[in-house]
Every structure is written in structure tokens, then in C-alpha cells.
Ligand binder design. Structure first.
Ligand SMILES: N[C@@H](CCC(=O)N[C@@H](CS)C(=O)NCC(=O)O)C(=O)O
Length: 208
């Protein structure tokens, strides 16, 4: 069987949920780090000129959300039916919305005021408030489902959350998950799964 190979930057980002799911499923994979400056050299060989890219069973997979769902189906991490899969997707998309609150590359929709320093501070405060709103909803979803995004079941949304908290806090510039016991407990639970623990112990240190 061909080797599984994941290409991404040396950070958690869009690749970490993929790494978690592969590790959880016991798939031995090569974790290839591309430095941002070197991406240009390989850009033309990538399906959309971007990473992550996953070589899996001789095929090239790209678009992170599509990869998550593919692996979730393959490793039985989407629950029992379309409804479970739907609630996983809702959780994942809400976590994506937390990150979108902090996107810096919205220059095209910024007003002159927002571009000023005061505007930038106000904009960050409003991003934090927006993110906090989504984080509250995620915490409530866990409360309803006894600590998982799907009641009584491990799902790809759990892996996505655990793999995303570090980069979201980095983007926010503070711990936006503080005082969210269920979200933190779920992260800890995922990180303490033996396969994930083993992966984390051998992973090189990352900034976020
Ligand atoms: N929709 C794509 C977006 C991928 C993406 O934006 N990747 C970034 C890294 S997180 C990238 O490759 N940036 C470098 C570039 O576009 O030149 C996905 O979700 O996989």
C-alpha cells in the first residue's frame, strides 16, 4: 500500500484535525513540513496551490473540510446517520466561524475608521465579542450532549475542536476558551486518547 503523506506548514492549523484522525485510526503517516517561503517552489504541483494536501491510498486529497469529512466517514467518526453527521458539521462550521471573527485579511471591506488605530482596537474587541458568542454556543452544545458534540459518541467534531483551540487562541491573542469547562475537558479527553497522546509526544514543538 502506498505511503500516507500529509504536507502542511509546521503549525497545527488546518492540518491538526487530519493528523489527529490519522493517529487515532492508527495510520502511519509522513508529516511533511513546508516552510512558507518554500511553498512557491511546490505550489504548481499542488491541486489548488495550497496546503494541506494528503496523499492517501495512492490519491491526492485537498480542501481541508473535504478531507476531514472523508476521513470521518472512513474512520466512523460521523455518528450513526445523516443527523449525527449534520450536527458534527454544525459544530465544525461554528468553530470555523470563531476563527473567521479574527480574519485579518478583510481589507476590502474595511472602512477608513477601521483602518485607523482606534478602529483596529474596536475591530478586535468586536471580533472577540463575536468569537465569544460562538464559543458559548459550542459550550452549550457540549452541555446538551454530555461533553461530546454527539451524545455518547466520539466524532470528527471533537477532533476538530481539540486540534483548533491552540491556533484560535493565537489568532485571538488571548485564551478565548477560558472558563469553558466542557470545551477544555473535551480537548483534554481527546489529547489523552492513547494514540493522540503518542502522536503529541513525538510531534515537534509548534508555535501554535
Ligand atoms: N480552502 C483551503 C484553504 C487552504 C489554505 O488557505 N491554505 C493555506 C495555509 S493554511 C495556504 O496554503 N496558503 C499559502 C498560499 O495560499 O500561498 C483548505 O481549507 O484547505
Amino acid at each position: 500500500m502506498s505511503k500516507t503523506k500529509l504536507t502542511y506548514f509546521g503549525v497545527t492549523g488546518r492540518a491538526e484535525p487530519i493528523r489527529y484522525m490519522l493517529a487515532y485510526a492508527g495510520v502511519d503517516f509522513e508529516d511533511v513540513t513546508v516552510h512558507r517561503a518554500d511553498l512557491l517552489k511546490i505550489k504548481h504541483d499542488l491541486p489548488l496551490g495550497e496546503v494541506p494536501v494528503l496523499e492517501f491510498e495512492g490519491k491526492t486529497l485537498y480542501q481541508s473540510q473535504a478531507i476531514y469529512r472523508f476521513l470521518a466517514k472512513r474512520f466512523n467518526l460521523e455518528g450513526n446517520d445523516e443527523w449525527d453527521a449534520y450536527w458534527c458539521d454544525v459544530a465544525v462550521q461554528t468553530i470555523v466561524d470563531v476563527g473567521l471573527a479574527f480574519r485579518r485579511d478583510r481589507g476590502w471591506e474595511k472602512t477608513e475608521k477601521e483602518k485607523s488605530e482606534t478602529g483596529a482596537i474596536a475591530e478586535h474587541a468586536s471580533a472577540l465579542a463575536k468569537a465569544a458568542y460562538f464559543v458559548d454556543k459550542l459550550e452549550s452544545q457540549l452541555e446538551k450532549n454530555d461533553g461530546h458534540f454527539l451524545k455518547g459518541k466520539l466524532s470528527y467534531a471533537d477532533f476538530y475542536l481539540a486540534g483548533s483551540i491552540s491556533i484560535l487562541n493565537f489568532q485571538a491573542g488571548e485564551n478565548i476558551f477560558a472558563n469553558k469547562p466542557r470545551l477544555n475537558a473535551l480537548k483534554e479527553k481527546i489529547e489523552n486518547l492513547p494514540a493522540i497522546r503518542a502522536y503529541l509526544e513525538k510531534r515537534p514543538a509548534v508555535k501554535y
